[in-house]
Design a protein around this ligand. Structure first.
Ligand code: UD1
Ligand code: CA
Length: 453
């Protein structure tokens, strides 16, 4: 089987400079969703017909397993498929998909292809209460499909037909080649209609069969931002339902957004308004508080992320406690039972087991050992304006509040830094290091009083 994806059409109603098929749904281009589906079908070849939006479409989704056919100008769906014909092999079946119909299920398409096996023409059709805009499936008295008529070419009787063409079909390539050569553009839109191959198939005595999607939204296309937003919610509701079925507690399935791959262990709980991007793995018993954003993150068993945290390219160790209001930036790797509290930012740093930074700190480019206590207001001064340097804090260190560690610098095992220290040289192990002006009390000092004029 070969897949042909039609993606050359314009997306005027999106009112956007970004080509329609590149508009994101769940963080991924519409066409990217169709490509994912095509790959799951294990197609021998995937051909994308592109045109509107030009090379940006091709560049955005370039991959070794995709072949591209340019359609310029765009003269209709039949003309579009014709551009892909040189890439297809006689003897194969071509499955035609649309680049702006992102949510068709793999099972639905497999069933369609199976229905068409043995050289038949298989159409994916649907019954709609309001079929306006769609091509109608015309059947004879015996219920056999005879042709498809487009909305703009249909008679009032034909317009009353509720069975519509979704546009998705499976067809033997050799037949397709022959039929498309015979399709003209003598119709209301002066376009070469792919749908005209149906009447040609019937005339050639080729059986035309139909299959139907399980869910109505599987064949919905995107023509406007309104439809894009609607399909986004449909997709997110599906994702939430799958998580619930797998045993994840999603507090409100209407308030979760997964823009990538989210995998969860047992007894994971996700509170409202969380966004998951890229690849996120939550191990057993992980709890994510409300309003968190996690992108490419691994959270080990039993860890808790309190509300309003932002985590990106980070790893959180088992039983750790993060937030509320914490930010873990790329390169953060936390060991077991690490506590990162409110308004703490960690970047490109490793923090080993049982260490804590509970309030207001910046830890960047640091290697922090076990059982370290980082006081409130601690800052690693990792950047001199030109270069970045590392800070090393060994096991069992206690760092007093409001300390600056001017990197490169090392704090030895078991050392204590007094509050307010600006550390510019290494601090030896097991001692107190402090850089602070000695406290002074001035006897007899009086507060100034307001001068009366
Ligand atoms: C088409 C079908 C109609 C069906 C409807 C379902 C035809 C003639 N009509 O109508 O029966 O009910 O889809 O949505 O096939 N495209 C190109 N090149 C072109 C024209 C279109 O690549 O020259 C692509 C578009 O980007 C889109 C798809 O083909 O992904 C369908 O095009 P569109 O114009 O939306 O088709 P309709 O006229 O709505
Ligand atoms: Ca059209």
């Amino acid at each position: 089987m070969e897949v042909v994806i039609l993606a050359a059409g314009q997306g005027k109603r999106m009112c956007s400079d970004l080509p329609k098929v590149l508009q994101p749904l769940a963080g991924k281009p519409l066409l990217g969703h169709v490509l994912t589906t095509a790959r799951q079908l294990e197609a021998k070849r995937i051909c994308v017909v592109y045109g509107h939006g030009g090379e940006t479409v091709r560049e955005a989704l370039a991959a070794d397993d995709i072949q591209w056919a340019k359609q310029e100008p765009q003269l209709g769906t039949g003309h579009a498929v014709q551009q892909a014909l040189p890439l297809l092999a006689d003897g194969d079946t071509a499955l035609v998909l649309y680049g702006d119909v992102p949510l068709t299920r793999v099972q639905t398409l497999s069933a369609l292809v199976a229905a068409g096996s043995g050289g038949k023409l298989a159409l994916l059709t649907e019954f709609l209460d309001n079929p306006t805009g769609y091509g109608r499936i015309v059947r004879d008295g015996a219920g056999r499909v005879t042709r498809i008529v487009e909305q703009k070419d249909a008679t009032p009787e034909e317009l009353a037909i509720r069975e519509v063409n979704t546009g998705i079909l499976a067809v033997p390539v050799a037949r397709l080649r022959d039929w498309l050569a015979r399709v003209g553009n003598d119709n209301a839109q002066k376009e070469y209609y792919l749908t005209d191959i149906v009447a040609l198939a019937v005339a050639d005595g080729v059986e035309v069969v139909t299959a139907h999607p399980v869910a109505h939204w599987e064949t919905l296309g995107v023509n406007s931002k309104v439809q894009l937003a609607q399909l986004e919610r449909v997709h997110q509701a599906e994702v939430a339902e799958r998580l619930l079925e797998a045993g994840v507690t999603v507090i409100d399935p209407a308030r979760i957004d997964v823009r990538g791959e989210l995998s969860c262990g047992r007894d994971v709980e996700i509170d409202v308004n969380c966004v998951f991007e890229g690849k996120v793995m939550l191990a057993d018993g992980v709890r994510i508080g409300a309003n968190c954003v996690l992108k490419n993150v691994k959270v080990a068993a039993g860890a808790q992320i309190a509300p309003f945290c932002h985590l990106e390219d980070a790893e959180v160790g088992a039983a750790s406690k993060i937030g509320p209001y914490a930010r873990l930036r790329p390169g953060t790797v936390l060991g077991e039972d690490v506590h990162i509290g409110n308004f703490v930012e960690v970047k490109n740093s490793r923090i080993a087991a049982h260490s804590k930074a509970n309030h207001l700190a910046y830890l960047g480019d640091a290697d922090i050992g076990s059982r370290v206590n980082v006081g409130a207001g601690t800052i690693t001064c990792n950047y001199d304006g030109a270069n970045k340097f590392r800070t090393v804090i060994e096991d069992d260190v206690f760092i007093g509040s409001d300390t600056q560690l001017v990197a490169p610098v090392t704090v030895g095992r078991g050392a204590t830094l007094g509050a307010g220290t600006t550390l510019t040289k290494d601090a030896p192990p097991d001692t107190l290091t402090i850089s602070r002006a000695r406290q002074l009390t001035v006897p007899g000092w009086k507060r100034p009083v307001k001068i009366r004029k």
